[in-house]
Design a protein around this ligand. Sequence first.
Ligand code: AMP
Ligand code: GLY
Length: 422
Amino acid sequence: MNIMIIGSGGREFSIGRVLKQDPEVTNLYFTPGNGATTMLGENVAIKDYEELAQFAVDNAIDLTIVGPEGPLTDGVVDIFKARGLVIFGPSKAAAQLEGSKVYMKNFLAKYNIPTARYIETAHIGDAFKFIESLSAPIVVKADGLCAGKGVIIAMSHDEAKVAVSEMLSGKSFGDAGLRVIIEEFLDGYELSMFALCDGKDFILLPAAQDHKRLLDGDEGPNTGGMGAYAPTPLVDEIIYEKVKERVIRPTLLGMQEEGAPFEGVLFIGIMVVNGEPITLEFNVRFGDPECEILMPLLKTPARELFYKAATKELDTLKVEFHDKYAVGVVMASKNYPYDNSVPAEIVVDEIHHDEIAQNTHIAYAGVSEEDGKLYANGGRVLVCVGVGESIKEARDRAYMLCGQVHFAGKKLRTDIAYQALR
Ligand code: AMP
Ligand code: GLY
């Protein structure tokens, strides 16, 4: 089978990594890929999706997997399907679940899926009135895609009003902020849950926890995610069942009713409040770094899982996971998340300890390659992944690998998985 992966991050690297180990996978392509995906396959530099679909036809690509949300909300799946190509991901219409927070919140309300109390509005007067009715903290969200920056947790009514004013005037996020969601703050613990969907059936993966803040102890600014682990012991069978029955099933049925059946990864951001899973948001793709720790836990070949999801045959598949844990620690560049950094050479010391070498690996993200050397190229650079029989073992292995990886300005959290280990 020939497979193409759209994207350039650690998420796409980690999918490629497990596909590369699969004897059934013949050729692997990344577009655009990064400086390290060339270790796994071939990078393809085609930006136009019609041209990319033609490339898929010309190169007998049997399956395309879409990593990030941008190509999905741009409609890459629709373009590929119009050519009769097999592609895993939601249509442009279904990708609205992530592309528009207003669409998502109204969908949740319409299908009675538990979520934070909210209003959506484009009017400052309505916004201020609703803000007055809530007690702080107050959550303000821009409607459109803002590269993970469109959510403000305001600690006072005044701060919420300033955030709303700046969004509605177009000052903070341009057109993406011209409609806003204002909602009540939920106090609980956060989970990342992923359901692979084929429009009618789904497979729920082990629940993960991300670490969004830059610094230890969940301090500092928000980032794309500084580390993750799975499965988390903070989820029991009861919560899994509630998420299936109250969130995933009604979402699949609702999206059918909306005429936009959901195919692809439904990423459910959940806040567990007093034992009840409340939906914070949907994304329509894998989380990053969550994907990097879920891929090594898959026992069923990823190829089969993605292909069957893309061809609406999930009901014929029994998916198995390793009875293990995975922890991923992100290494970011010096100025992340504020600014780019100058490229820095990455040096990875050889690991002499077999047990560590066999149970760890690096998923490369923001890297470039020159003369056989890898360079940290800004943003999140790579993820050190450890797998083990317990979270502690997986965590210790991931951090042992971190100790072997060097580049100028490297930045990492030292407390990944702390909620599971305290
Ligand atoms: P989002 O982009 O919607 O995932 O929001 C970013 C982060 O803001 C989430 O991961 C949560 O940590 C936080 N957040 C969003 N909505 C709420 C809420 N209603 N209550 C508390 N925290 C929230
Ligand atoms: N790690 C969270 C995300 O990918 O949005």
